[in-house]
Design a binder for this molecule. Structure first.
Ligand code: NDP
Length: 697
């Protein structure tokens, strides 16, 4: 029998043991043997750390483009992955979530490159001034950790489970060692084989252990990050591993979660919300045969609607056809293994000590195109627990299959309490068209959930659903759900980086961060900064303009031109009791006049005005005040060429407008004097042409 290989130390290798059979969930046939005996996990971790340098040295822009390229590459080969996925029991829809949902994570993380600086590390948040004179300050930077990300994954999403994590650690600049669950590792292996073949990632960025790896944590180090998805028991065991404690290795856990969905009191039968609720519960029970960490396990409904929900859900489930997942007419395929079916049956038996079984049974179901006795099939099962405050098994027993329990509540406070009895969940949802109910539920239940979805007629058409974790949203939950947090856009990427507070002068911090910091020394430009190409512009490059006096007529004319007739600009008899002393220049006039001073009129490398990020008016300017401007390069953000346009990048310019009058009409003699006269700051963006393209897709 063929052995599944692992990819470590830059090569595909097989174990030296007898191997464990991996079984087709639909036919019961053995697919291959998983064997990791004799593989040197410590060497794999060391190899990842050593080779991680290539990723660490790439800028966010380069990493993002790499992910995008990989996503397109895999997307082209998706058909072959679907064929393998059917053997895990997954239907086409289930496989789409796993396979293309995984690629979606690569795309979404790739897009985040635009929100990071054009360098290998991030500069986070606002600068912090630590002195009155502006000569000592602090900032926070985040650098890629020098270790490996070790991902121990569950069986249910062999592709998505890998890519939702790897997309994030690769964006951060960290390599990964992936250890999928043994029984579906053949699916993960099929995708990893293509990733390696593509040559898109620097060697060492991805290693795969196709099967058991009990000693993998024995040699982890403080620069590594470990993530785990699976059962709470295994999670707790790994979390308390001595090596993790000794080396302070971050450990992110995502375990069993008894997610709830609430039917709002307003969502009576006949309302769109009632129908949406039933559809959502049915979907969550049957997609992936309910083997989803986000599936709805607890269906919490107003006590007078329990019968209605039970009947409607029963009718919806009766339409669910079970069988060979390759067939179009089949809605629900097989569970991952017969052992998993047995496990789910045992959990149902635990819960039915108090709850009653009101839909489905534990016999082999009727199947289409597959032998029910050979495959891991079971019917959806609905339980009903009428005393959910006394009988708590339904809040603590996770039947990881197509199983949900209906339970009643009297008022919203009870619904919130029941939701919280799950002791921390990944997700909860509420179907209501009453935004007051939505608000009360969300704000009070948020402590116990990583995500809350409000379903109503307005959002329904575009809703991504209760069970879909999205790359830009946080995925994880408190307490029982593991207490971890994955994805979440930039938040997730930062889990793989070390945050470091840096202190020093603004000039030094400008050099370190690559971002001009207010009060840093200017680098006077030899010619107008707008006359330079992208490559020749550096943060700190600066221009001081000539002066302009803002006259009374200018202010009146600006008001007439724009129709902005706010009293401070037009009616000097109305200023008593206001913060203004004289006719005041419009803020928009100040920034427009500033642009008039700093813009370089000749045709040059500046292709376009790209926008304005921030603007502050620090104090009023009156008629006859004279201003001058400082234009300083704050930061450069690279971008790839689009279509036929000329290659260009974005330059952010820090604009400071000064009141020249403060210095008696003279040009300020030193920077300290100049700072006192600051009246307006802004960051403007220009698109600046490059001499040559630095990015190709
Ligand atoms: P496990 O917790 O047994 O396994 C999860 C992962 O951990 C697998 O890759 C497994 O590898 C690995 N693992 C187990 N023990 C160790 C160890 N000592 N050292 C290193 N790695 C280890 O979960 P299962 O996948 O078997 O699923 C069991 C139950 O977990 C389900 O029935 C369900 O209740 C729950 N579950 C919850 C999920 C969630 O996201 N909430 C997802 C999946 C499962 P190997 O396969 O090689 O043993």
């Amino acid at each position: 029998m063929q052995k599944l290989q692992s990819y470590i130390h830059g090569q595909w290798v097989s174990g030296s043991g007898e191997g464990v059979p991996m079984v087709d969930a639909v036919t019961g046939e053995t697919i291959a043997l998983s064997d990791t005996k004799g593989l040197d996990f410590d060497q794999a971790l060391k190899y990842g750390r050593k080779n991680g340098e290539a990723l660490r040295n790439m800028t966010f822009q380069e990493r993002g483009l790499m992910l995008k390229k990989l996503a397109f590459y895999l997307q082209k080969r998706k058909k072959q992955f679907y064929e393998v996925s059917f053997r895990t029991g997954a239907t086409k829809v289930d496989s789409w979530i796993d396979i293309e949902g995984g690629f979606g994570n690569l795309f979404a993380n790739a897009s985040l490159r635009k929100t990071f600086p054009n360098q290998p590390f991030d500069v986070e948040g606002d600068p912090i001034d630590l002195s009155r004179g502006g000569r000592f300050m602090a900032h926070h930077i985040l650098v890629p950790k020098e270790g490996v990300a070790v991902h121990i994954n569950a069986f249910n999403f062999p592709v998505w489970g890998m890519l939702e994590k790897c997309a994030v650690n690769w964006m951060a600049g960290m390599p990964a060692v992936v250890k999928p669950a043994t029984n579906t590792s053949f699916m993960t292996e099929a995708v990893v084989r293509e990733i390696i073949k593509s040559g898109i990632l620097p060697e060492g960025s991805l290693q795969l252990i196709s099967g058991s790896a009990r000693s993998i944590l024995d040699t982890v180090e403080s620069q590594d990050v470990v993530t785990f998805t699976g059962s709470a028991d295994t999670g707790r065991l790994l979390k308390s591993h001595r090596r993790l404690l000794e080396e302070s290795v971050p450990f992110n856990m995502e375990a069993d979660s008894l997610n709830s969905s609430i039917l709002g009191e307003d969502a009576k039968p006949g309302t769109p919300e009632f129908d949406l609720f039933i559809k959502e519960v049915r979907n969550e029970m049957t997609v992936k045969c309910g083997q989803k960490c986000t599936a709805i396990r607890r269906v919490i409904v107003p006590e007078n609607l329990v019968e209605d929900v039970q009947i409607a859900l029963g009718k919806a489930l009766a339409k669910v056809t079970i069988g060979d997942p390759r067939l179009k007419e089949v809605r629900m395929g097989a569970l991952v293994s017969k052992d998993q079916v047995q496990e789910v049956h045992e959990r149902i038996q635990e819960m039915t000590k108090t709850a009653s079984l009101v839909y489905g049974d534990l016999d082999s179901p009727k199947t289409i195109g597959a032998d029910a006795n050979k495959g891991a099939f079971m019917s959806p099962v609905v339980l009903r627990e009428d005393r959910p405050f006394e009988n708590i098994a339904v809040h603590s027993t996770e039947a990881f299959g197509p199983v949900s329990t209906i339970m009643p509540y009297k008022n919203l406070s009870e619904a919130i309490e029941l939701a919280k009895m799950g002791k921390g969940s990944l997700v909860s949802s509420i179907a209501t068209n009453d935004d007051k109910i939505a608000r009360d539920y969300t704000v009070k239940a948020a402590t116990h959930h990583g995500r809350i979805l409000v379903l109503n007629r307005e959002s329904a058409k575009q809703s991504t659903g209760h069970g879909s974790p999205l790359p830009l949203l946080v995925h994880g939950g408190p307490g029982r759900a593991g207490g971890g947090e994955e994805m979440g856009g930039k938040r997730g990427i930062k889990h793989y980086m070390q945050r470091c507070a840096i202190q020093g002068s603004p000039t030094t911090l400008t050099e370190i961060t690559g971002v001009y910091q207010a009060n840093a020394k200017y680098k006077e430009a030899e010619k107008h900064p707008f006359a330079y190409h992208w490559e020749d512009i550096q943060p700190g490059m600066s221009l001081k303009t000539h002066n302009r006096t803002l006259t009374d007529t200018d202010i009146v004319n600006f008001g007439n031109l724009t129709w902005d007739h706010f009293y401070a600009h037009t009616d000097i008899t109305s200023l008593d009791g206001s913060i203004f002393e004289q006719r005041t220049a419009h803020g928009y006039f100040i920034i427009s006049a500033a642009a008039g001073l700093f813009v370089y009129p000749n045709k040059g490398p500046v292709a376009a005005n790209y926008g304005l990020e921030e603007i502050r008016f620090l104090r009023p300017l009156y008629h006859n005040d004279t201003i001058h401007v400082r234009l300083t390069c704050k930061e450069k953000v690279d971008r790839e060429q689009k279509g036929q346009e000329l290659p260009s990048g974005i330059v952010k310019w820090y604009v400071e407008v000064f009141d020249t009058n403060i210095t008696d009409g003279k040009i300020p003699e030193d920077e300290a004097e100049e700072k006192e006269a600051l009246v307006c700051i802004a960051t403007i963006l220009t698109m600046v042409q490059k001499k040559q393209d630095t990015f190709t897709e």
